[in-house]
Ligand binder design. Sequence first.
Ligand SMILES: Cc1cc2nc3c(=O)[nH]c(=O)nc-3n(C[C@H](O)[C@H](O)[C@H](O)COP(=O)(O)OP(=O)(O)OC[C@H]3O[C@@H](n4cnc5c(N)ncnc54)[C@H](O)[C@@H]3O)c2cc1C
Length: 394
Amino acid sequence: MREAAASGLVSLRFRHRVTRLTKSAGVIEGVAGELLEPSRAARGEASSRGVAGDFALKAQAVIVCSGGIGGNHDLVRRHWPSRLGAPPKRLLSGVPEHVDGKMLGITETAGARLINSDRMWHYVEGIHNWSPIWPKHGIRLLPGPSSLWFDARGNRLPVPLFPGFDTLGTLEHIVKTGFDYSWFVLDRSIIAKEFALSGSEQNPDLTGKSWRKVIERATAGIPGPVQAFMDKGEDFIVEAELSHLGARMNALTGENLIDEARLRAEIEARDREAESAFGKDLQLTALRGARAYIGDRLIRTARPHRILDPRHGPLIAVRLNILTRKSLGGLLSDLSSRVLGDDGAPLPGLYAAGEAAGFGGGGLHGYRALEGTFLGGCLFSGRIAGREAARAVR
Ligand SMILES: Cc1cc2nc3c(=O)[nH]c(=O)nc-3n(C[C@H](O)[C@H](O)[C@H](O)COP(=O)(O)OP(=O)(O)OC[C@H]3O[C@@H](n4cnc5c(N)ncnc54)[C@H](O)[C@@H]3O)c2cc1C
């Protein structure tokens, strides 16, 4: 992209917000919108949304690739699938504010058809970012398999809803409990080995392309970004004693739903199984299965141990919130990425790609697609849209 921009093939227009597609004789011929005032905000800081003027651009073809709807909770709730129960009252945003879905409405107004709007992928391990970049900014925990997962009332989640196993199944289960949060209970040894955080700011070793720091994941104890959440994150409770942990869980939600004796009984029941290789706790079986793979054993799964063993303490409870992320519905398009209208015919001059076109998983990989498969579909549909648009205007 930089090369293309340097050679004059591409012109990048930052801080241009499209509010309208322009049309002439039924053909989409450009975009118009607002110019946002200049901003010197650094990466990772919120930039001003103040409007300084407007703009209009003409083009032989327009490709809408404006992303999903996860930053717009009204839209998420409006399209919330009934099979997942009532939409949660409280949501965190796992995507920036600009992922507002407005371009979908704008493109619909221009004649496009929207489909599968109720297909969405939200995470159940959201934590409030202690250093937010956008409103209600949540970070997704990428958990290993050892944390014990409890619903708001302190019931252990049913098999096989273990950490990292079945995002949509767990989402459905949690929403149907009537609460919009759940709990992980774990200890220092588990957090040191098993907690990773999603997002480039949270993984300086990967974004900094440092092999040395990646290798330190296996040896260096609690990673810095995770420790920062333990120290400053409003969803984290760290206590040596289970009684204090339970009391603070109740204080955090103000709902008094956690019964310490029951919580202790659940953890002790699991702990009894932890020291036997033949234990019948299926989460421990899954943990042992994960450790059969050397990569997981080195940097992803803690050695099975008793959570209430003080040598592995302190204890940690994490309130997990529902975090919006990915949209699988969007603009109906054909195999050439041409946007189709209600009559099934292409809207001349208009193409769509990426999450806006439902290609972050929905079209290519199926609804319950493996979690990391969004980017590929977005890039692939972008390539098709670009090639087809170029061919059409040649
Ligand atoms: C924290 C995080 C972690 C993720 N991790 C993974 C992962 O591990 N694997 C994976 O496959 N996927 C992951 N995803 C999802 C993946 O990043 C997205 O599905 C993908 O980036 C969507 O690409 P896109 O180009 O369709 O949309 P986006 O990347 O959202 O880009 C849309 C662009 O359109 C612009 N835009 C929107 N509206 C307007 C408008 N009105 N006018 C002008 N410009 C507009 C936006 O500013 C933005 O630049 C993650 C997403 C997040 C937020």
